[in-house]
Design a protein around this ligand. Structure first.
Ligand code: HEC
Length: 106
């Protein structure tokens, strides 16, 4: 039940923030990425363009922010990437997306 409620909350967040992708805190997103994503992804500015797993700079270039959000919450086909919706709050998600987007021209 708790699992279901948090999944539902995540879906509601997704809908309500669909057009607020630039509102996240880039600094917070960077520390969240260092703590949760850097063991697999290259999260640094200017990261090399590769696909498995993609650097955050690469993701910033080829992926729409709404899709980035969706993939963080629900990696879908990826067996390697953990699901983060259990604890990912809206502010954290906004921050992560803002950090990834800040790398686009790095
Ligand atoms: C255990 C390793 C691992 C961790 C930890 C991880 N990822 Fe991933 N991630 C992957 C792999 C591998 C892929 C590409 C494979 C795929 O798309 O199926 C991926 C794909 C993605 C994609 C989609 C890119 C695409 O082209 O489909 C996004 C966005 C993403 N990760 C963001 C994050 C964020 C944000 C975090 C931290 C909160 C994170 N990942 C943590 C392994 C990881």
């Amino acid at each position: 039940m708790v699992r279901f409620v948090s999944a539902l909350a995540a879906v509601m967040c997704l809908t309500s923030v669909a057009h607020a992708q630039d509102s996240g805190d880039v600094g917070l997103g960077k520390s969240l990425a260092e703590a949760n994503c850097s063991q697999c992804h290259n999260i640094a500015p200017g990261g090399a363009f590769k696909l498995f797993p993609p650097s955050f700079k690469a993701i910033a270039i080829y992926m729409d922010p709404d899709i980035i959000r969706m993939r963080i919450l629900n990696p879908g086909h990826s067996v390697l990437m953990p699901e983060f919706h259990e604890y990912m709050m809206k502010a954290n998600l906004d921050a992560l997306v803002a950090y990834i987007r800040s790398l686009e021209n790095s």
